[in-house]
Design a protein around this ligand. Structure first.
Ligand SMILES: [Zn+2]
Length: 215
């Protein structure tokens, strides 16, 4: 039994070292590329987007912070930017522009009148746009890969733990490896400009790709 344990430990240690090496390399490349490449559509603007972002920013000053967060207006702004960036080559994104225009126009009503059905429809529309961007344009939300890899890792950890006769020590190892791999993939997605709403855009409402929070 102890032999098996030793082999698994070596195996796991190798994976951990590999994971750390991958993260360090991705980070290094990230630093190098950051200054040269603004990222896919990160700074995209058109007249439609300018109008929508002005309206949403206007709502930001008018609404209490709780409502702004509750109705996911930061996300809506990010979605609007992505949709605008793809609207010239994607018919669906072009249609979503009209949807977003209507959503923003009716926002005041939606917040004032407590209509559950309308609110449900609003969030459904947002999720539909988000789903399209994820599926058809291969975009991800921030921390997407960490979430997936952590879940996968904990599953593997349980299996590992049962081989080692101690599930309690298998799970943290699996989760640790999962987080390491997920963080590397998230960093890569960010470098490729595939993250829909980065923390920087969420925090300030502008300046995509500032990157200071990543370090
Ligand atoms: Zn599209």
């Amino acid at each position: 039994m102890s032999e098996v344990y030793l082999i698994i430990s070596i195996f796991v240690a190798t994976f951990l070292v590999l994971g750390i090496v991958v993260i360090l390399r991705v980070r290094k490349r990230n630093e190098q590329v950051k200054s040269e490449k603004p990222g896919y559509n990160a700074d995209f603007k058109n007249d439609w987007y300018d109008g929508v972002s002005k309206q949403i920013n206007g709502l930001k000053t008018a609404l209490i912070a709780k409502d702004y967060k509750k109705f996911r207006l930061n996300l809506l702004l990010c979605l609007a930017q992505r949709v605008a960036g793809s609207s010239s080559e994607c018919g669906q994104c072009m249609l979503f522009q009209q949807d977003i225009t209507a959503l923003v126009r009716d926002m005041g009503n939606l917040i004032q009148v407590d209509d559950r059905k309308e609110r449900k429809a609003y969030f459904k529309s947002i999720n539909k746009i988000l789903g399209h961007l994820q599926k058809s344009h291969k975009l991800v939300t921030e921390g997407y890969y960490v979430g997936i890899c952590m879940a996968l890792g904990s599953g593997i950890g349980v299996a590992l733990g049962s081989v080692m006769d101690s599930i309690g020590s298998g799970v943290p190892i699996g989760v640790g490896i999962g987080v390491a791999i997920g963080a590397a993939l998230d960093a890569k997605a960010k470098r490729d400009g595939r993250v829909i709403c980065t923390r920087e855009t969420t925090a300030s409402g502008s300046v995509p790709g500032a990157g200071h929070l990543l370090r």
